[in-house]
Design a protein around this ligand. Sequence first.
Ligand SMILES: Nc1ncnc2c1ncn2[C@@H]1O[C@H](COP(=O)(O)OP(=O)(O)OP(=O)(O)O)[C@@H](O)[C@H]1O
Ligand SMILES: [Mg+2]
Length: 369
Amino acid sequence: MNALALPLARPASVASEPARAKPVIRLEAVTKIFQPRGRTAPVTALADLTLDIAEGEIVGIIGRSGAGKSTLVRLINGLEKPTSGHVIVDGVVLSELAESDARTARRSIGMVFQHFNLLASRTAAGNIALPLEIAGVAEAEIKTRVDELLGLVGLSVERDRYPSELSGGQKQRVGIARALATKPKVLLCDEATSALDPETTGQILQLISRIRDEIGVTVVLITHEMAVVKAIADRVAVLDEGHLVETGATFEIFAHPGHESTRAFVAATAKVDMPDVLRTRLEAEPIAGGATILRILFSGPHATDPILARLSRSTGVEFNIIAAQVEFIGGRPFGNIIVSVPWSKQTIDTIQASLQGLGLSSEVLGHVA
Ligand SMILES: Nc1ncnc2c1ncn2[C@@H]1O[C@H](COP(=O)(O)OP(=O)(O)OP(=O)(O)O)[C@@H](O)[C@H]1O
Ligand SMILES: [Mg+2]
């Protein structure tokens, strides 16, 4: 079973809340323009981006290749300065700091990388100790802290193993523990699960979610995978060609994706799709005596009601279920079902109006003979 499909225990209130009171990260009208060498035109990697991330939130930032995700990471951790606008982390305006101060400020941000970036010459414990040694923490204190962190990520037994003796998932656990060593306010995860298989991805995401619950760290997940966002993010921000095109509670983004780019991400992760045999026969225009294929999204207060049975009784129409799934996003049920019904304009209009009346959305996917 794909671990990503598992609903994670989380208070339902968190998922529906927009940014909570106190922002830990504040991006104010941030624009980043690169001037590549040579005579190429300047590249606007981020354009007028404004976003607040509240303390203790898990925010997923998703975008296609070239959308500006890595640029955003480098701005949040102070490695790059915006061309205009402000980047404020934990009350410090990073975009205005001198390099030496920026280094200190960076300690309030823990970075987790796609390829772990562990030192091959150091054990798990040694890698976790490194940022503490650099920060000049006393030896005894380092030892206590490293033990604590190894326990937190479930690696106490593997403490003396070298990276080459650890699995990908274990290496990422070391990466997470190291990122948390200096007790940062923010955990910035850049494609942290992209090199892992789906099951290990699920375990790492559950670990991140548990860490947020236990220590209240704010988590920013940069990813191109909607499944990652769906598994643990409270809120989603969608980047497209440098623009922030959509933000919202994860559940709302899934239930009502607004931007074309968001719809593409949502569709790519939907596990419910038409069988190919049907898809190839799909026509855009209705066919007399044929059937209409409808997708119904079940969300909101009626998500778990026996809607199809009720609709069938009230309209006298028999539904043929082609594909269906109910999953939990942000702790709330989200159903996705594809049905076929005998075509008549009146029938389809009635069904869609009834669904709309219940706050459920539906979409005609096409028609078959
Ligand atoms: N140092 C640079 N000089 C010039 N252009 C740059 C530089 N860094 C990034 N860019 C450009 O800015 C845009 C955004 O790049 P960025 O690396 O942030 O995208 P991304 O969303 O991380 O993509 P991917 O998913 O492929 O990693 C791209 O068009 C890229 O070519
Ligand atoms: Mg990138």
